[in-house]
Design a binder for this molecule. Structure first.
Ligand code: PRP
Length: 209
């Protein structure tokens, strides 16, 4: 049987991903310490722990056969991968938000709005589809602080509970994308390692979220 290398995102999706694979019979080995490539209780499956934004890169290139990623990160990456399974966790939404008191969807005087986000491609295409020119400002986290400091007028960011928006006096305006965790697969290795791939898919489907 061929071996499958599965890229897991360190961060919010990590615990539910490990839990799901464990129930499917592939528990990452506990004594791996700080190793980033770890074997599992299934001899045909190894895990690779990477930054969330890197999962699509590893899987598209074939450095990993499979991966778990959020559709937010996946769509932003534009990676050409298969998406064989929705995993049923990691639900959130990507939204446009503005500070209470800052006009939306237009600023007075025809000013072009500045929008801070970790998702420049998704934000750009959202506003382009609506025919509203904006200037996108890319940041890598703590996006909610950008309007408070005058870096941007609006933001595009993920919302789960809404607590972060509320705590920073931001009001949700529009949904850009509904997001959730998906299993992604490299196009070639899905064919080349078909036996192992189908076996894992079958076990993941038998142990739903
Ligand atoms: C995410 C997201 C929001 C927050 C949303 O940030 O970017 O800031 O969680 O969750 P809530 O609606 O439940 O408050 P994360 O914690 O991943 O950190 P980041 O700001 O560094 O991206």
């Amino acid at each position: 049987l061929s071996r499958l290398r599965v890229a897991l995102a360190k961060g919010r999706l990590y615990e539910p991903s490990v839990e799901r694979f464990t129930r499917a019979g592939a528990e990452p080995s506990a004594d791996a310490g700080r190793r980033l490539l770890v074997p599992s209780s299934d001899p045909s499956i190894d895990f690779l722990m990477v930054k969330p934004g890197d999962v699509p890169v590893y899987v598209e290139s074939g450095a990993a056969d499979l991966g778990v990623t959020g559709t937010d990160v996946l769509r932003e990456s534009g990676a050409d991968v298969l998406e064989p399974l929705e995993l049923g966790f990691g639900f959130c939404r990507l939204v446009v938000a503005a500070p209470a008191g800052v006009p939306y969807p237009r600023l007075p005087g025809g000013i072009t709005a500045r929008v801070a986000t970790k998702y420049p491609r998704l934000a750009q295409s959202h506003f382009a589809a609506l025919g509203r020119p904006v200037d996108i400002i890319q940041v890598n986290g703590s996006v909610e602080v950008a309007p408070l400091l005058g870096l941007s007028h609006w933001i595009v960011d993920l919302v789960d509970t809404g607590n972060t928006l509320r705590a920073n006096d931001l009001v949700e305006q529009e949904t850009v994308l509904q997001c959730g965790a998906v299993l992604v697969a490299n196009r070639a290795s899905q064919k080349l390692k078909l036996d192992a791939y189908l076996g894992l898919m079958e076990r993941l489907e038998r142990t739903p979220a």
